[in-house]
Design a protein around this ligand. Structure first.
Ligand SMILES: Cc1ncc(COP(=O)(O)O)c(C=O)c1O
Length: 433
């Protein structure tokens, strides 16, 4: 432990969350980060769920170097060829009419822009999202974020309403045979929304797989029904694919599984593969109406050529290295291994997710399903000691939920090595008890 470093961190930094990982990281390459003691740590969270090409991918290194040297950042009203190339390429990955792009920097910012466009377009202001949602830390996005961070900051933006998160493992909505009755849950949730609405329902803003909410995959059919419910109320559907977009779940976009397209799509984390890039994509019709009504979203880094070049390279590498297929294939192996862990360990209650975005939920025992927050912390630390960085959901009652989202470029061997460490850590913690 380098006490000077941590003393200096205490003296100099604003703490923005629960705790820092107790390692000083000096270098990152491929699927690994390396600490000051020279220990390699397998990065099962792709940084902050972003570095889908691993760290320091040669194509990204070369793109950033040449863009910084030749065309980095411009006056916000200036356009450049990389921006159009990116917008065109993004549109080619999406169903029509999703063809108009706004290039930004962070996920919260993209959701902020999407919410503003929705309000202008519909003339209404109520935004519906899940009660375990995470859409970002700026005011509009945070008001639509129900999983954390609501207390102590004064009033959220009026008009944000919540739908129950369809958590198959924990939902009280059950059919007579005990299966998750998501249809009843959604109908009940929307009835509450309708009842609370001030008559100004504008949009549903949701993640296809809630990540910070505990890796909750929307049940097949859910998104289609939600789309219908939005259409019935002339609400827009905004999908936030910050974590699920760009191949991670085994399809280019998670919404493809359901054959349902959003009116507005927001992309961030994976689009920059670790660098700050985000985008809003919508139809020409929505864009036109917003423009006619004076849509304003001038930011310092809007349309930056550097960000555009990076995102274009990310899309190139995904296509060239066939990473969507790779995520699907590796995802199947990951599921098999996680299910084997569930069979072996009494404390592994649930396995869920898709492709290379999966989660396991630790419980005190399978029968009671009692959340095991403290156990989550101990397993995380046992994994770190053995060279694996795993991310627990840092929310009360959810501290036993691990998010597993390695880079899509991870080798089979590294994926298996990480899962072996997880297995060994679960055993070690059990033996300590
Ligand atoms: C689904 C989702 N949307 C939006 C955000 C916010 O993105 P950012 O932190 O880049 O603002 C996150 C971040 O965790 C996220 O997971």
């Amino acid at each position: 432990m380098d006490t000077t470093f941590w003393d200096e961190a205490d003296r100099l930094l604003i703490r923005y969350g629960a705790s820092f990982t107790p390692r000083i990281i000096e270098r990152a390459r491929g699927a690994y980060v390396f600490d000051r003691e020279g220990r390699s740590i397998l990065d099962f969270t792709s940084g902050q769920m972003s570095a889908i090409l691993g760290h320091a991918h040669p194509d990204i290194v070369s793109t950033v170097s040449s863009a910084v040297a030749s065309l980095d950042h411009l006056y916000s009203g200036m356009l450049s060829p990389p921006l159009l190339a990116l917008a065109d390429r993004l549109a080619s990955t999406l169903p029509t009419p999703l063809g108009k792009t706004l290039l930004l920097t962070t996920g919260a910012e993209a959701n902020e822009a999407a919410i503003k466009m929705t309000k202008l377009y519909t003339g209404r202001y109520e935004i519906v999202s899940f009660d375990r949602s995470w859409h970002g830390m700026t005011q509009g996005a945070a008001s639509a974020t129900f999983s954390a961070g609501r207390r102590g900051y004064g009033p959220p933006i009026p008009g944000n309403l919540a739908l129950p998160t369809p958590n198959a493992y924990r939902s009280p909505f059950r059919t007579t045979d005990g299966a998750h009755d998501w249809e009843a849950e959604l109908a009940y949730g929307f009835a509450l929304v309708d009842q609370q609405s001030a008559g100004s329902l504008a949009a549903c803003l949701v993640e296809p797989i809630l990540s910070s909410g505990g890796i909750i995959d929307l049940p097949p059919g859910y998104l289609r029904r939600l789309r219908q419910m939005c259409d019935e109320r002339r609400m827009l559907l905004i999908l936030d694919e910050a974590q699920t977009g760009l191949g991670r779940t085994g399809t280019m976009y998670a919404f493809e599984r359901d054959g349902v397209a959003p009116d507005i799509l927001t992309l961030s984390k994976t689009l920059g593969a670790g660098l700050p890039v985000a985008a809003v994509v919508t139809s020409a019709e929505i864009e036109q109406v917003c423009h006619d009504r004076g849509f304003l979203f001038y930011t310092t880094h809007v349309s930056d050529p550097l960000a555009a070049a990076v995102a274009l390279t990310v899309l190139d590498v995904i296509a060239r290295e066939e990473l969507v297929r790779r995520a699907a294939q590796l995802g199947e192996q990951l599921t098999d291994r996680l299910l084997a862990l569930r069979d072996e360990h009494e404390v592994v209650g649930d396995v869920r997710g898709r492709g290379l975005l999966q989660g396991i939920e630790l419980v005190t025992d399978k029968a009671s399903r009692t959340p095991a927050d403290a156990l989550g912390t101990r397993v995380t630390s046992a994994c770190l000691d053995r060279g694996l960085h795993m991310n627990i959901v840092q929310l009360p009652g959810m501290g036993g939920i691990f998010r597993i989202a390695p880079p899509l470029t991870i080798s089979d061997d590294d994926l298996y090595a990480g899962l072996d460490i997880l297995d060994a850590s679960l055993k070690a913690v059990r033996h300590e008890q």
